[in-house]
Design a protein around this ligand. Structure first.
Ligand SMILES: [Fe+2]
Ligand SMILES: [Fe+2]
Length: 128
């Protein structure tokens, strides 16, 4: 997964640092076996909780008007991550975790940054 400066860099340090770190953790997968996927997913999950918490604090501090939709989307993603990690004890669950990691997560990262996070970053830059 590549961090593409032209679309992923929002030029707001307190958000960019979490996004860069997300890609670093994502790319740290060394062993393409289920334990490898699960370990990386657990690290992503922990880092994502901090990432979302930081954005939600920024929304509150700056009275961001679209915080409800944005926070709801965050909740949904954390729920999914936890669900796929927990389900990975069965062989079907292992396949789902792998496809979630390989397909859904990069797609989510891209679309969330291009929509909700870029909107938040431009709001913060214009209102501080
Ligand atoms: Fe973000
Ligand atoms: Fe976000």
């Amino acid at each position: 997964m590549n961090f593409d400066n032209s679309k992923h860099l929002l030029n707001y340090v307190n958000m960019d640092k979490f996004h860069l770190e997300f890609v670093d953790i994502y790319n740290s997968l060394e062993e393409e076996n289920i334990e490898g996927y699960k370990n990386v997913m657990m690290r992503i999950f922990e880092q994502t909780k901090l990432h979302f918490c930081s954005e939600e604090n920024l929304m509150k501090e700056h009275s961001y008007p679209r915080s409800k939709e944005h926070s709801d989307e965050h909740k949904k993603v954390l729920y999914e991550m936890e669900y796929f990690i927990k389900s990975s004890v069965t062989s079907v669950g292992k396949k789902f975790l792998k496809s979630y990691y390989r397909e859904a997560l990069p797609y989510w990262f891209d679309s969330h940054l291009l929509s909700m996070d870029s909107d938040l970053a431009s709001f913060l830059k214009n209102n501080s």
